[in-house]
Design a protein around this ligand. Sequence first.
Ligand code: 13P
Ligand code: SF4
Length: 334
Amino acid sequence: MTEFEIAKKDLITNGFLDIEVDPTLDLVEEINKLKKEKNAIILAHYYQESEIQDIADYIGDSLGLSQEAATTDADMIVFAGVHFMAETAKMLSPQKKVLLPDLKAGCSLADSCQPNVFRKFKEKYPDHVVVSYINCTAELKTLTDICCTSSNAAYVIDSIPKDKGIIFAPDRNLGAYLIKKTGRDLVLWNGSCMVHEIFSHEKITKLMIRHPEAKFIAHPECEEHLLEKADFIGSTSGLLKYTQENAADTFIVATESGIIHQMELRSPNKTFIPAPPNNICACNECPYMRLNTLEKLYLTMKYELPEITLEDWIIEEGRKSIDRMLEISKAAGL
Ligand code: 13P
Ligand code: SF4
């Protein structure tokens, strides 16, 4: 068997093509060649490592990435992000080949809401509209009326008639934030993101004392006690925009630290301090997002594996909730 045949056989166990890459190869050049040859587009989330962001055709938050996946005319979408994002791209462009460099790039939030358990939970509220954060599995989307991201969640909630009950899944922190922001009484699923829940209140307070001029900015997946301290709360693209537009020159950033690369590129004279987590690390990285590497990206594009495939019924049923979200976003000018 060739090295490729062995790697292909082991793909399910490893999650990625475990093939040694020639260390003398210029990966950036090779990836750019493959992009042209295969009419491929690389979509990267802000939480990817900087060298992946630098080679991507489009870098964005979950909303921007879905909008791009829905409209691209590339034949192949290479997703530098996590599994639920690649699944969403496949649902939006089912005729295209969608690749994810490492199938084990999952998400603690998506894992915290298993469809079989959620189905039973939903039965308790038969008249409620189900709004799910896009950070959920494709199957959960089939049980959802409208998806949302952190950029458009408040617009999605506001689009639902006032007399309708709403279940919000899977992020309890984003849900609690939305209850405050929209004044609606949401039934919350008890899930959370492991990255946004381990910020240290104590260390952040000390940083704020040390840098009284700094703005503290946070993603709404953070816990309420942190959001209460924030000068600004927003999605990754919202946080990025705020750092570009606000006059302050120092920002303490409570989200995955990958976003700081774009903040530094767009505001080179400003200082960005990653909010520290409750462990020995100085900054907070998502272990799933960071499974993607330049080597895996190259192998994925070369061999067109691992590919995301979904059953037809999941695409048909799940897509409705994403289309609804995209319609609401368009009407809101997002
Ligand atoms: P946004 O991209 O909507 O800001 O969400 C962040 C996130 O956690 C993605 O996994
Ligand atoms: Fe999931 Fe959190 Fe990682 Fe985003 S940062 S992919 S929500 S675990």
